[in-house]
Structure formats: C-alpha cells, structure tokens
Ligand binder design. Sequence first.
Ligand code: ARG
Length: 465
Amino acid sequence: MKLWGGRFTKSTDKNVDDFNSSIKFDCRLYKQDIIGSIAHAKMLGACGIIPQHESELIQSTLKEILTDIENGSVEFEVDAEDIHMNIEKILISRIGDTGKKLHTGRSRNDQVALDIRMYLRDEINEIKSMLLALMETLVNLAENHLDTIMPGYTHLQRAQPITFAHHLMAYFQMFKRDHERLSDCYKRINVMPLGSGALAGTTYPLDRYMVAKELNFPSITENSLDGVSDRDFAIELASCMSILMMHLSRFSEEIILWSSHEFSFIELDDAYSTGSSIMPQKKNPDVAELVRGKTGRVYGNLISLLTVMKSLPLAYNKDMQEDKEAIFDSIDTVKMCLPVFTGMLSTTKVRKENMYQAAKGGFTNATDVADYLTKKGIAFRNAHEIVGKMVLYCIENDKALEDLSMEEFKQFSEVIGEDIYQQISLEKCVSDRNIPGGPSIPSVSVSIQNAKKVLSEFTKEKIDF
Ligand code: ARG
C-alpha cells in the first residue's frame, strides 16, 4: 500500500512504479532527508503539534535508521517511489502510528527542496576544498618557475615572452573566481524552505526559524510557492561548475599540447599517463583529455536543468524530479576531475630549456625591437614596419633577431647600436614588463604574495565552516 494510497482503488501499474520512482538516484539524499526530518520532528514536539515523547521516539528511530542505512542493513524499495517515502515507510514499520505523525505540516515538495539544498551545501564545500588544493599546487609550481621563460601565445602563434609562473598564475586567477562563485552560489542555496508545504504553507503553527537554526540555515524562504517550485540555485551551481570545467578544459588542452613532441614543454608523470594497446612508444595524456571531454557532460547537465525548468507553471511539478541526475552528475564529474587534475599537474616535469628555445625561436622579442627603435626616435608604425622586414630577413636566413650582427642591424636602421643586444634579450623583454599584472619576476612575485593571502582566507573560510 502506498503512503498516499487512500483515494486509489487500484494499485499502480508496474511500469508506472518504475517510471515514477526516483529511489535509484535520490537514495544519496538519505542523510539530509533524515537530518531534515529529525529537525522537523523536534520542532513539531517543541511547538506542541505532536506530543513531546512521540517527537523524541521519532527522532531516535530516525537516528537508528541512519545508522542502519550507513551499515548497509537497509534495502530501499522501488515502489516506495523516492527516498522521502522510503524512509518514512521504514519509520512507520518500526514505530507504527507514531511514525505516521512525522509528515504533519510537511509535504514532499518542501521536503525535497530542503534535502537538495542541504546536499548541495555539503557538496559545494567539498568542491571548494578540492579547488583550493589545485590553487595551492599552482602557487607552489609558480614559485619554482618565476624565471622560466616561455613563449606567450595569441592565435596559438608565438607572441611575446612570458614566464611559466605568469602563465600558471593566470589559471590561479580563474580558479579564484570559480571559488568565489561557488561561495556566492552557496548563499542562495543556504535558505530553508520547510514550512512551504505542498505550495501554500500550512495551517500548523510551525516554527520555521527553529528548523532553520537546527539545520544551520541563516534564513528561510519568503514565499511558499517559490520555496517549492524553483531550482535556480541548482542551475546556478551547475553553471558555476560549467565555468570551472571550462577553465579546467582550457588548461587540459594546453597540457595536451605542451606534452606533445611538437611542443615538448612538459612531460607528464608515468602515473598520470597511459599507453597505447598497439603503439609501444605512446605515452598519452588521457587524464587531460578526459577532463576536457567530461566538460561536455557538465555543460549538458546545465542545459538539461534549464530546459526542465523552462515553462513550468508554479508551483511543484513532477518534471522537477529530473533535476537530480543532472546536478548529481555534474557534482560527481567535477569531484572526479579536480583531484586527478591536481595530481597530474603537481607531478609534471617542466622542460625549461625547451620552453626557452621556443620563446627564442618564435621572434617573441619582435615587439621589443620595435619598442627599442621607438625609444630611439622612430615613430612606432615605422618601427613596426622595419622590424617586420627584419623578421622576414631572419626567416630567410634562419636566424633569431638577437643573432643578427651589427652590420645586419644597420642595414635596417641607422639608429640601432650595440645596446640592442642587451635590450632584446628574452630576460630583458620579460623584466621590462614590470607593470602590475605583468610577467616580470617582481610583478609575478607580488601576484604570488597576493595569492597566498587568498589561499589563507579560503582556508580560514573552510575551517570556520
Ligand atoms: N521525488 C520527488 C522529487 O524528486 C519528490 C517530490 C514529490 N512530490 C510530489 N508531489 N510528487 O521531486
């Protein structure tokens, strides 16, 4: 018999039971469901809505059920539909009529909204600490590569010299924003919906604030229809995770390129690469490729959620049960990707010399030659053209700009003197870019110092929680 079976004269078709049931995927909400129910039962007792001793019996039995679930001694049933009714059914099977009082003043609609919010809160905290570990790895790596010169790219063409530290710290900034976005999203998840009932609140004098306090929510939802019918908070999290995966995917793409023979900027550790079943020489960056690939499913989940919610009339609709697999899958994916990505990065061998040679070979100091001419009184546009001709000459003669002799330089411009060699060395090109936010060692050191402050704030935030 279904918990809602009173007005029915037939049992549910077997196919409908399977179709309607969400227990296969919402069983992971068991803990939040039980903790939420304990708070609700406690409040029902405290407000005199059910007798105190019954409230206590419900609470203690729910705790036992939680332990039993965690010990693996509880089996959920498909025809009890979802996690909420499964647990309620078990409660009733253990304490009979008293168990039937738990659902007083509550609906599964506000119950599920509560459970998801509680679940997402926990998961956000886990994702944030994984992200923090990645950010720490980035800072450590950057500190060791302040003077590792590499080409910076635009259009994937060598552009200007930068340092590996500077490149890594660019990702630090992205992940910092991802971390902040997760914290911000958390604020909107952290609102307590119980008391919204099915849609119109309840006639029982529930103490919503007490429940909120019990469950560590700083506030309660302000409109019962909204409390049960929106999933914007889950969509927001799916969006934060999509942006985070976009960043991981770009980084993965670079790792894949850098570890190719053509770049040879890095070598992945054997523990983070895989071989080929046919080609004995292969060492493939599968981890980075999978992170890049899994980004697609995280984006897909975001679109699924947006589409499920699109055009739903207020308030609850069963369509909303479809929110779970999408958001769970994004969470699982992000939580799989982050630690393995961090491990891959921290064990990667950096081929400093190859990075340097690539910066040297790609005319990455051409802008600096033009700037040199400009400082000697030539208008920038003219300087640009002169250097363009120099580059052409170098390509034809297989030379780098700094390899040209004084006679060769003079053919292009009379203003060029011996000081050019010092001015256009890669080291000087980098050290002259000493602007805040630039790649010079002092500039990147400042950004690393700032990053360390951010890391300690984020760590403190974690401890405070
Ligand atoms: N399993 C449902 C969900 O995930 C719980 C809420 C069901 N409410 C209802 N009125 N059928 O959305």
